[in-house]
Write a protein that binds this ligand. Structure first.
Ligand code: 7TS
Length: 414
């Protein structure tokens, strides 16, 4: 038995596939090959059942009712907070704030910590490979405050140039917001080293974990980040839920994000006092059903085993890279030493969108375009890429289909 066969057996990818009902469907008369996992992952039956179970058995608003349904819903909602705390190894459950997703988590920090702490002339550092959701909130903040956003350059492999990062740091630097794993390149950034360097200068750091949380072990205490943001829907969980982790001391000192119910201690027309953490940042009725089902998704990942998943995904990444690289005229964008399972590529004389359409005709779902990282595309002087991103349920046979599809498309289009 080959090494790769052993690894596949270890994960039992075919048993896993059985748990994702959508993988049984056809697209354009062909079995679906779903390679758009960096955009959103598919959901296992247990997550779908958790949603159904909530609405059929204990739908109620949380934190306010004393009746049985409200108590059950509140308990389930709060269990997800505990599960998230364990999943990212946070120090306390008060540091886990539920949001709508990574985008809202980053905006929350920009609007609260940012508005409170960024002053005229200050600098916020991001990198060249950020998703727009980790660029635009900082631009909006800096425009308001007459501060500046600066971007860390990257090399041709798509890796941060650390010396250039160090050169950007000055007395003016107040905040760094950096992606852990790039959605367009797959690059895993050395966030621990960045944080260590930043903290020596008293700079606060947010890590965008939208792409890393599903692939890597996350330990926010070991990483020592000040904030960490991610989305449930890229983690086999439902859409509409995200998490902001923040160090308690920072969260306590921050003003609330939105005002409303749930986030208050007492309201009078003269003065309102705010709720304790984490509720200070959770105004209004939250996304109860999807938050509850997020725990089921985390359980699913834990039961499958993150180590096993990572080994399998690394195998897929290696295999896809090697196969695709053999296609004449194809160039992989993003060749960092440390990568998550994302392969982005361009082909001479072939527009990514045309490639995407032809692959879809064969039932293969890839992402094409700039992937909400326009400055990164500018860095590589390309309009966009074709991106295949792999999850635990993908197989080498599916990659073979992709390679065949790309080869055919190249013949037709170039
Ligand atoms: N940060 C990164 C690194 C991302 O990849 C994404 C979404 C976000 C932030 C925003 O996450 P959201 O859940 O709030 O939307 N990335 C992608 C993608 O690559 N294709 O579609 C969405």
């Amino acid at each position: 038995m080959t090494e790769s066969a052993t690894i596949q057996k270890e994960l039992d990818v075919y048993a896993i596939r059985q748990q994702f009902p959508i993988l049984g469907r056809e697209v354009k008369g062909k079995p679906l090959v779903y390679f758009d996992n960096a955009a959103t992952s598919q959901k296992p039956q247990s997550v779908i059942d958790a949603l159904l179970n909530y609405y059929t058995s204990f739908n109620a608003n949380i934190h306010r009712g004393i009746h049985t349904l409200a108590e059950e819903a509140t308990a389930a909602f709060e269990q997800t907070r505990d599960a998230v705390k364990e999943f990212i190894h946070a120090g306390s459950r008060e540091e886990i704030i539920f949001t709508r997703g990574t985008t809202e988590s980053i905006n929350l920090v920009a609007y609260t910590w940012g508005r409170q702490n960024i002053k005229e002339g200050d600098e916020v550092i991001i990198s060249c490979m950020e998703h727009h959701s980790n660029i635009v909130p900082w631009q909006m903040l800096c425009e308001e405050k007459k501060a500046t956003v600066k971007a860390i350059p990257i090399n041709d492999n798509g890796e941060i140039i650390f010396e250039e990062f160090e050169k950007l740091l000055s007395q003016k630097t107040k905040f760094i917001s950096i992606v852990h794993a790039s959605n367009s390149l797959g690059t895993i950034n050395p966030v621990k080293k960045i944080i260590e360097t930043a903290h020596k200068k008293g700079i606060v750091v947010l890590v965008d974990g939208a792409q890393s949380t599903v692939h890597l072990d996350i330990n926010v205490q070991e990483m020592d980040c000040d904030f960490f943001a991610f989305s449930s829907h890229k983690l086999y969980g439902p859409t509409g839920v995200g998490v902001l982790y923040g160090k308690k001391k920072l969260l306590e000192a921050m003003p609330p994000f939105q005002g409303g119910g749930e986030m208050i201690k007492q309201v009078t027309f003269e003065k309102t006092t705010y709720a304790d953490l984490p509720y200070k940042f959770e105004a209004g009725t939250p996304n109860i059903a999807d938050t509850i089902a997020l725990k089921t998704a985390l359980d699913f990942i834990n039961e499958t085993g993150k180590d096993k998943i990572r080994r399998h995904e690394n195998e897929l990444l290696k295999y896809a890279t090697a196969q695709l690289e053999q296609i004449p005229g194809l160039k992989i964008i993003g060749k960092a030493k440390e990568k998550v399972s994302v392969v982005s590529f361009v082909v001479d004389n072939v527009h990514p969108q045309d490639m995407g359409i032809l692959l879809d005709n064969r039932g293969i779902a890839v992402r094409t375009g700039h992937h909400c990282t326009q400055p990164l595309m500018d860095r590589f002087c390309i309009p966009g890429t074709v991106r295949a991103s792999f999850a635990m349920y993908n197989t080498k046979e599916e990659i073979d289909e992709l390679v065949k599809g790309v080869q055919r498309a190249v013949k037709m289009l170039s």
